[in-house]
Write a protein that binds this ligand. Structure first.
Ligand code: FPP
Length: 238
């Protein structure tokens, strides 16, 4: 692969990159390993990816780690994912803190095992003052559920004559502290949004790659940003 890092221009750099980390199961199957091994490898590559994102000047990254639809998987896989995430947050929290990463969470933590929930909440609380980069973990997240929740939260506190607007919607989404998604990446050769960032990705540039998530490297991230820099964004204008 070309050295896309050296081909990048200083601008434009996407402010918010959203990633659908897909293909862990297929990665494991290709190696005759259990699916859990694919998820484990998928978790391991998050840290080097964050270093590259910081180096490139990306302000926010959202990672789709568990969708509201993923509950339909076998219980052993779901429980394995919670264990893995708990381990990840417990192990990586110091690194994230020292790198200036602010951890955010999108989704509902209610159904998660209490210990997993606690490690996520601790990661969010203990990095709240960090400003270098936002790392938003979308866990038990669904775009439609987020939109319905935002409308309901707005309605609870809206005056009787208050009109619902785009700005009001944005203030009630999980992503209220994040910029709009500029670049959305999906790995593993699937061409779908799968209920991810439905509102936020309205004008995002979409990059699909055949690479399976556990094989995704900093070079692939640079390549996606390079593709982004080649696109002409018109936001509906001319
Ligand atoms: C999709 O691959 C991936 C997931 C449903 C889970 C994503 C989880 C991780 C990358 C690791 C854990 C995350 C954190 C935050 C520590 P798939 O299982 O659908 O793959 P397949 O389509 O090849 O079966």
């Amino acid at each position: 692969m070309k050295d896309y890092r050296s081909l990048l221009k200083p601008k434009p750099i996407p402010a918010h990159v959203a990633i659908i980390m897909d293909g862990n199961g297929r990665w494991a199957k290709k190696r005759s390993l259990p699916r859990a091994a694919g998820h484990r490898r998928g978790a391991e590559i998050i840290e080097p990816m964050m270093d590259t994102a910081i180096e490139l000047g990306i302000k926010a990254v959202s990672l789709y780690a568990f969708s509201t639809e993923n509950w339909a998987r076998p219980r052993t896989e779901v429980m394995g994912l919670w264990r893995l995430q708990e381990e990840f947050f417990a192990k990586k929290i110091d690194t994230m803190r020292s790198r200036g990463i602010r951890v955010l969470h999108s989704g509902s933590l209610k159904r998660l095992p209490p210990s997993t929930r606690r490690t996520i909440e601790e990661a969010v609380a203990s990095t709240a003052k960090n400003r270098r980069m936002l790392l938003n973990f979308c866990i038990n997240y669904g775009g439609r559920q987020e939109i319905v929740g935002a409308v309901n939260r707005w309605r609870e506190q809206a005056g009787p004559k208050e009109e619902f607007t785009e700005a009001r919607m944005e203030r009630h989404l999980y992503t209220r502290d994040l910029p709009a998604v500029d670049l959305l990446i999906r790995t593993s050769g699937e061409y779908r949004l799968s209920n991810f960032m439905l509102w936020q990705a309205a004008y995002a540039e979409l990059v699909f790659t055949d690479v399976l998530w556990p094989d995704f490297t900093s070079r692939h991230l640079c390549r996606a940003v390079y593709e982004y820099q080649q696109r002409e964004r018109r936001f509906g204008g001319l």
